[in-house]
Design a protein around this ligand. Structure first.
Ligand SMILES: [Zn+2]
Length: 366
């Protein structure tokens, strides 16, 4: 599922206005949390897991707030993985380094370290790769180095498997329309496996087809193990929506917002990360339950207002959680119109149809 040519696309720079805009919205979010939502992180973390899961909702959502300064600091670096990183992203980097070394020297350097851990040897191999390719030899994998190491997905219309979950289930992507379209909208149905109300919305937009000039890239179940088990987490008890770039450590496996052992440590979040590199979306919509609101990141403010009006859900700026889809895209891809849509539980049919209308409108007019 990978193309053979290696794309060399420098990461998009983060404009200072976008950073300032995001910092401002984070400030508002922090104010809201400090005021009405209030649950202290310590209280939420010490609560029994069952309670926390049931509450996976307004009060509990107050955990993981990020200061504007912290978000700006995260935005200033574009490191994907570095010494100390673990998990799926390191495994993929190791695989790519081996391929590059075999191409160049006929054999790969043995890692001699624990699998999937970015240690001193990985650092020196990355440094050598960077030197061979005219990159700054830092030994840390920034976005440009990653783009040269890892090919993007070669997607075509229809359904394809792009990656596998921890348990080996396929992570499939459905492309509706032509990816050469100016407007490319990634829609994520169910990243939290117990919040799958968005799936009929994806089905409905796929059935009707893409409007002219639009391509949909639908990822119904990026967390197939969680969806099969009906759990928020993936099979390693990681909250994937805290596992993206901008990750910070918090709690232990099973904790409701457990972010994993490092950024992109999980194959499911790495698949979404690679999908964004591959598609270069102009808009990104991810469905959750059950906060009943439309949250936005990056350039999404205007489309969030329209989406809210058409769907009947209010705009609400949720806290900028470390390592969430929204925070990652808002800081690293501020020109993407990113929406987090929180549906209700249960979801009336009328809400589904209004969201289908809102999504089609967004796809056409963003
Ligand atoms: Zn959720």
């Amino acid at each position: 599922m990978h193309q053979s040519s290696v794309p060399i696309t420098p990461p998009r720079p983060l404009s200072s206005t976008a950073r300032a805009a995001r910092a401002a919205s984070v400030g508002i979010a922090a104010l809201v949390v400090g005021g009405s939502l209030g649950a202290s992180p310590a209280a939420a973390q010490s609560a029994p897991a069952a309670t926390a899961v049931t509450a996976a909702a307004p009060a509990a959502a107050a955990v993981h707030t990020v200061s504007a300064a912290a978000v700006s600091a995260a935005a200033a670096t574009d490191v994907v993985a570095k010494r100390g990183s673990v998990g799926a992203v390191v495994a993929e980097i190791d695989r790519a380094l081996r391929a590059s070394e075999i191409r160049n020297f006929g054999r790969a350097r043995s890692t001699g370290v624990l699998a999937n851990t970015y240690g001193p040897l990985t650092t020196s191999r990355v440094r050598a790769f960077q030197a061979r390719n005219g990159l700054r030899a830092t030994g840390a994998v920034d976005e440009r180095t990653y783009a040269m190491l890892r090919p993007t997905f070669k997607l075509k219309p229809g359904t394809q498997t792009v990656a596998r979950s921890v348990r080996g289930r396929p992570i499939t992507v459905r492309v509706v329309g032509d990816l050469g379209a100016k407007k490319r909208v990634i829609v994520v149905g169910c990243i939290h496996g117990n919040e799958c109300a968005g799936l009929p919305i994806l089905d409905a937009v796929a059935r009707r087809g893409a409007p002219r000039g639009v391509a949909y890239v639908l990822v119904a179940r990026p967390n197939p193990d969680g969806a099969a088990a009906g759990t928020r987490h993936n099979a390693r008890k990681v909250d994937l929506n805290r596992n993206f770039v901008g990750w910070t450590p918090k709690g232990k496996p099973g904790y409701v917002y457990y972010p994993g052992r490092g950024a992109l440590s999980e194959p499911e979040s790495l698949a979404l990360y690679d999908l964004v590199r591959s598609v270069k979306p102009t808009a990104y919509v991810t469905y959750h339950q059950a906060l009943r609101c439309v949250d936005y990141a990056g350039a999404g403010a205007q489309v969030a207002r329209t989406y809210a009006r058409l769907s009947g859900l209010p705009v609400k700026v949720l806290p900028a959680y470390h390592g969430s889809n929204g925070t990652w895209l808002g800081t690293r891809h501020p020109d993407v119109k990113t929406l987090t849509v929180e549906l209700s539980r249960p979801v009336p049919a009328s809400m589904i149809s209004r969201n289908v209308t809102a999504l089609r409108h967004l796809a056409t007019h963003h």
